[in-house]
Design a protein around this ligand. Structure first.
Ligand code: CTP
Length: 419
């Protein structure tokens, strides 16, 4: 791409908010004053060339990234977290510089080469040129750089022909050991393929094979789960998981992982304006694993290092689905007292797959219904605090839920009959 065309993209406020453009100019000026070649890399370049709005700023310098970071905080303030071993830093610009549309952290990295002691190990890192740095990356579409310092601002570096692959919609690994050295890239490749409706380049497709599967098997649960979490963040997560399955990768991660039911995929984007925090990722796992037997859920949870909270939410969906027939045609109070034992996002997931309206009533109304009477009121009436308190308050709450009382006066009358 010509420099002028690239500059036009970099100045397009729909792709790069004005605040981010300003931030980039400041970084470019600092790098130039230090005589330090400085580049935007990775997803930033890829998404800009695809005419998609960019989010992260990923910056690589030929020189010392920590030095650049220090110059930036001296000029613009903010905080720097430096890792001296890898000469990398994360700059958190001060809130005055950082408007709502700019990232709150910017990665500053020293260009580096990586070598791996054994597959799946963390790499040994040595300083290098930008071209070396691009060559160590995962895919050609992620291995382009835009130079920023001084007169070089807006020059595209594309030694691995990423732009041609972007134009043709191809995900191409840079070398034949890529997935063996870093098996998370198998899942990354499928994620990019699904996100952009690209295709795996045939040789890259062949690298998803028993040799790289062996390396994938020895990855830690945490790293595997992180990659699956990232898939659930994608708009078409369901299709991507199915493709992971079709390429026989799911089975390697854990043989009990089931096929994702595509009819559930849209549920991930549903918003019923319910006021409890719902994470797309947790919902994804719940929808995916809810029909498995308990022992398989636990075995997958162990392999993927789920938090106990996530495991609990998935098990709750499976248990609530089984309990549902017993609750049918119950009074609202019976529903409410039963459902309160489950996390709201699990109840919501069961609603999505069963459309049982009582679950939605519970989430949006019933669970907020409380009597006016409080423990203090009961004390004021001379009752000693104890388990009886809870029973009385539950009784009053049930009366509200089931429409037995509908005003404070009626609640007081009922309380008088109980006491
Ligand atoms: N990268 C890599 N191998 C990995 C992970 C990352 O080579 N296993 C490189 C790629 O060049 C990638 C960059 O590091 O572009 C940044 O990684 P990441 O932040 O995960 O991806 P983005 O490119 O920002 O893409 P997105 O977050 O949109 O998936």
């Amino acid at each position: 791409m010509q420099k002028d065309d690239l500059l036009r993209l970099m100045h397009d406020p729909n792709l790069l908010p004005a605040e981010m453009q300003d931030l980039l100019s400041s970084i470019a000026a600092q790098a130039a004053s230090l005589n330090m070649p400085c580049y935007l890399v990775g997803g930033f370049v890829r998404d800009l060339l695809l005419n998609k709005p960019v989010n992260d700023l990923d910056i690589v310098v030929e020189g010392d990234a920590i030095k650049l970071g220090n110059a930036l905080i001296q000029k613009h303030g903010g905080k720097l977290t430096a890792h001296t071993k890898f000469r990398t830093a994360i700059w958190h610009p001060s809130t005055s510089l950082r408007a709502s549309l700019t990232p709150d952290a910017i990665d500053l990295t020293t260009a580096r080469k990586e070598s791996y002691d054994h597959p799946g190990a963390l790499p040994t890192v040595t300083p290098a040129t930008i071209e070396d740095d691009l060559r160590r990356r995962d895919f050609s579409i992620n291995a382009m750089a835009i130079r920023m310092d001084g007169d070089h601002f807006g020059e595209l570096l594309d030694p691995l022909n990423g732009q041609a692959d972007l134009d043709q919609g191809i995900v191409r690994a840079l070398h034949s050991r890529s997935f063996v050295e870093d098996p998370t890239r198998i899942l990354r490749a499928i994620r990019y393929e699904g996100r952009y409706s690209f295709t795996l380049e045939p040789e890259t497709r062949k690298l998803i094979n028993p040799e790289s599967f062996a390396c994938l098997s020895s990855l830690s649960g945490e790293r595997l789960r992180h990659e699956i979490d990232l898939i659930f963040e994608e708009g078409n997560a369901g299709k991507i998981i199915i493709r992971v399955d079709n390429l026989k990768v799911l089975n390697v991660i854990h043989p009990a992982l089931p096929r994702f039911n595509l009819t559930y995929a849209n549920f991930l984007d549903m918003d019923q304006n319910l006021d409890f925090p719902r994470s797309r990722i947790t919902m994804g796992y719940m929808l995916w694993l809810k029909d498995l037997p308990e022992d398989e859920i636990l075995s997958i949870a162990k392999r993927l290092d789920f938090t106990s909270e996530l495991t609990h939410s998935i098990r709750a969906v499976s248990q609530l689905k089984k309990k549902l027939p017993d609750l049918m045609n119950s009074k609202p109070s019976v529903w409410t007292f039963a459902l309160e034992k489950f996390p709201p996002d699990s109840v919501y997931t069961v609603y999505l797959v069963t459309r049982e309206n009582a679950l939605l009533e519970y989430l949006s109304i019933w669970r907020y219904v409380k009597p006016h009477t409080t423990g203090d009121d009961l004390k004021a009436r001379g009752l000693q605090p104890g388990p009886r308190f809870g029973e009385i308050l539950s009784h009053l709450r049930a009366a509200w839920l089931d429409g037995v009382v509908g005003s404070r006066e009626q609640e007081n009358e009922l309380l008088n009959t109980i006491l």
